[in-house]
Design a protein around this ligand. Structure first.
Ligand code: ADP
Length: 381
């Protein structure tokens, strides 16, 4: 009787396993996207027709160990032109996940010679395994690359005539003998060409990804002259706005040109998004090794629900008041990248309809944790 019971138990376990095997195979087969399933406990790989169209040898099959299974996946992908370092990293993560209690893996792009695939992972507990969805993103990536190179060319073609306009205007200003009014007009042309140059610089730098820590040219300099220089250019060109600033005499360690770009982006925005005028105020305070720089305005503000997204690429607030003002949605993304490259925090606060304040925590010369030693230093005496 006991023997009979044991036989029944075994049979039902086998049936269960068969049912299981059948259901995983059918799930994988029935999905339209390319898909596979790796069963960690039984060392079995399942694949569907769509995946086998790309990788015919990747059939549903069993292996002796998980290592032989992953080695097989590695060699198949590598043979089809995948980046070996990327695949190695992927396999390592999969193997680590195979033993974790609550495994999670972020989706990722995998580059092959002729295509780019996006992999999405979904782990299962019983049996322990992972569904991997393979989405073809070749066209989307090609489109992105074409768009990037088009923008880079466009920015470059813009830059050449702008440099000439800027240069000749300066020349005309130094040789100027006409009226005060015509001198003011030349000043306006020079400042507008500088503004356009900054816009183009934003694009060019963005395309070339010039915003990482190792791309910075770090020096130690006084913040006040930089602020005076930046603020004065807005004081003359923005008659509707009261442009003010206050600062302690602090030395900071940073890439001066990048910080200038960041300030122009924030102050330019503060003026742009205060179309009826108002006060744009920049302040700098130092406390316990941290310099807090803030740019505030009394403009149209940002709705609370939009605040988490304003630093995202190409993001623009969707209100009628914002849409009426032209922009690219790149300025704040660039600010964030510049801040992150320096190890600074940046964030935005706003009361919709009343105004916005952007705050950055800079490091002083003494407190800078990330940056190499300064190339030159400036003192105040
Ligand atoms: P844009 O070129 O569109 O100004 P940004 O990346 O500089 O791009 O800003 C992203 C979005 O954040 C803007 O489109 C705007 O909606 C909002 N924004 C940025 N700065 C301000 C500000 N000072 N006041 C109100 N809205 C702002």
């Amino acid at each position: 009787m006991r023997r009979f019971h044991r036989v029944r138990q075994k049979r039902s376990a086998r049936q269960k396993q068969q049912r299981h095997t059948f259901s995983i195979a059918s799930i994988v087969e029935e999905v339209q996207d390319a898909m596979c399933y790796i069963d960690f406990s039984r060392c079995r790989l399942y694949s569907n027709d769509s995946l086998r169209e790309w990788y015919p040898s990747m059939t549903t099959q069993s292996f002796d160990t998980l290592e032989t299974l992953t080695r097989y996946v590695y060699s198949t992908l590598e043979r089809h032109g995948a980046d070996s370092a990327q695949v190695m990293h992927l396999i390592q993560e999969l193997l680590e996940c195979a033993t974790e209690t609550d495994p999670k893996m972020t989706s990722r792009r995998l580059r092959f010679d002729d295509k780019t695939l996006h992999l999405i992972f979904n782990f299962t507990r019983t049996p322990r395994g992972v569904f991997i969805m393979w989405r073809d993103q070749t066209e989307a990536v090609r489109f992105e690359e074409r768009k990037d190179s088009f923008l880079a060319e466009l920015s470059h073609d813009f830059r050449t005539p702008l440099t000439a306009i800027h240069g000749y205007t300066e020349l005309l200003m130094t040789r100027h003998q006409g009226s005060e009014k015509s001198y003011q007009m030349l000043t306006q042309v020079k400042q507008e060409s500088e503004r356009l140059e900054r816009l183009v610089d934003n694009f060019l730098d963005y395309q070339k990804e010039r915003y990482t820590a190792d791309q910075l040219t770090v020096t130690t300099f006084a913040l006040r002259p930089l602020l005076e220089d930046v603020m004065s250019s807005y004081q003359t060109t923005s008659p509707l706005h009261t442009v003010t600033f206050e600062t302690n005499d602090v030395l900071i360690q940073a890439d001066e040109e990048k910080l200038r770009q960041l300030l122009h982006n924030l102050i330019g925005n503060a003026i742009k998004y205060s179309p009826d005028g108002g006060t744009v105020h920049t302040s700098v305070f130092e406390s316990a090794g941290t310099v807090t720089l803030s740019v505030s305005d009394t403009g149209i503000g940002i709705p609370e629900e939009a605040l988490p997204y304003v630093f995202d690429e190409y993001y623009r607030v969707e209100s009628a008041a914002h849409q009426a003002i032209k922009g690219t949605g790149l300025g704040l993304r660039i600010c964030k990248r510049i801040a992150e490259a320096h190890g600074w925090g940046i964030h935005a606060d706003s009361v919709y309809g009343e105004g916005t304040i952007f705050t950055i925590e800079l490091h002083t010369r003494q407190s800078c944790p990330l940056l190499p030693s300064p190339k030159h230093s400036v003192s105040f005496d």
